[in-house]
Design a protein around this ligand. Structure first.
Ligand code: MLT
Length: 394
């Protein structure tokens, strides 16, 4: 019996688990302190009323013989896939129903999609980036190249013709830096991928935060992207589904490598290893895409945007460099007075009882940076901004 020793190459625990452990230990030792948690990007506002009503109705249906449902289609019910099609169509993107795969969230799909790619592929990952892209490829033993995302390139690396990559990860708006690509910039990545026969794994989990014109919300805004890209989307941040769990992945039919349809491979993978998202949750997700649901989620998104503006204004007043906070729920700041992100994490936790995420947890270029989220409550965000002001104007 041999273990997958690639796991031994990983940090002992996942970034957000390490943070939770540290914060819990601090909270236990200091029960009198009010800790403001702005580390993991977890939402705090409740589900939209339209979503709750739809799920209640669906739960009722499950309790009646005539409307009870057992296993559903592994790739999602047509009613939800059609709602998602409508969401894309409103932005001028036409998708077929069988190009959409409903799942329990983008994190699982971003990791699971690797099942359809050979281990021998070389992967290109931006640095810093959401740790799941790197960790899942380390687990598989794949070679990883890094595209530097720095202040110099506005945290938006562009293709390097010398990088020999087969699988390319793009996250826009980016986690953790908040930087977002324009459709013109994505067109360069699409051209690069097509030329090389590579596949882009495009994480659009934060697309709903794009507010500025000219920035892309989907890679399929770019012509030719359907021949080289898979898009991952999630209702976690868009509609507060972090605890409810629902996302979707778009694998275009036109995406073919070596004469094989990736859509067919993913379908084969999902039908074998996944039994679909619960009917109740899918009914809730469907409600997100109704006119009423869309208006209600916008109210929540507006709160998070205001939180981002409060944190940005605080950093502006303190003269601390940051990016994000616009078109993104993340604020990516340069640690004032600290070169080590984890030391800054400890300092902020101890001196202000504010939790963030150390930039180095997202890659070597994140060292000296720190991520705050706009997903806390309005009260907690205002209080955190006050505490930062007091701490750093000393
Ligand atoms: C984050 O904080 O980066 C996200 O919440 C992680 C995730 O979406 O899995």
């Amino acid at each position: 019996m041999n273990l997958n020793t690639n796991y031994l190459k990983l940090n002992e625990s996942y970034l957000f688990s390490t943070i939770a452990k540290k914060v819990n230990a601090y909270a236990e030792a200091h029960p009198d302190k009010k800790i403001l948690r702005m580390g993991i990007g977890d939402v705090t506002l409740p589900l939209a009323p339209a979503v709750v009503t739809a799920m209640q109705r669906a739960a009722g249906e499950m309790g009646v013989k005539e409307s009870f449902r057992g296993y559903g289609p592994e790739q999602g019910y047509p009613f939800l896939k059609n709602a998602i099609r409508g969401y894309y169509a409103a932005r001028g993107i036409s998708l077929e129903e069988d190009e959409i795969f409903v799942s329990d969230g983008a994190k699982s799909d971003v990791g699971n999609i690797l099942d359809i790619f050979a281990r021998e592929n070389t992967v290109l990952v931006p640095d810093p980036v959401y740790p799941v892209y790197v960790d899942t490829n380390v687990m598989a033993g794949r070679k990883i190249l890094y595209a530097d995302a720095t202040e110099k390139n506005g945290f938006l690396p562009m293709p390097d013709e010398n990088a020999d990559a087969d699988i390319i990860y793009i996250c826009s708006p980016n986690n953790p830096t908040g930087a977002a690509y324009s459709a013109e910039q994505l067109a360069e990545w699409v051209a690069y991928a097509r030329k090389r026969g590579a596949v882009i794994l495009y994480d659009a989990a934060y697309e709903a935060f794009v507010a500025e014109k000219g920035l892309a919300r989907s890679i399929f805004e770019v012509e030719g992207a359907k021949e080289c890209a898979i898009e991952f989307c999630s209702l976690s941040k868009t509609a507060g589904f972090t605890g409810t769990r629902c996302g979707y992945t778009v694998v275009p039919r036109a995406l073919v490598r070596g004469g094989v349809s990736l859509n067919k491979l993913w379908l084969r993978r999902q039908t074998t290893k996944f039994n679909g998202v619960s009917y109740i949750v899918q009914r809730g997700a469907e409600a997100v895409f109704t006119e009423e649901g869309m208006a209600q989620i916008q109210e929540n998104l507006a709160v998070y945007r205001r939180n981002a503006a409060v944190l940005s204004a605080c950093l502006d007043a303190l003269g601390i460099f940051y990016t994000g906070g616009r078109n993104s729920p993340y604020i990516w700041l340069k640690c004032p007075g600290f070169a080590d992100s984890w030391k800054f994490f400890d300092y902020l936790l101890e001196e202000a009882n504010v939790v963030g995420t150390p930039g180095s947890g997202f890659g070597k270029n994140g060292e000296g940076f720190f991520r705050l989220t706009a997903f806390a409550s309005e009260e907690a965000t205002a209080e955190a901004a006050e505490r930062l002001k007091i701490l750093f104007s000393k």
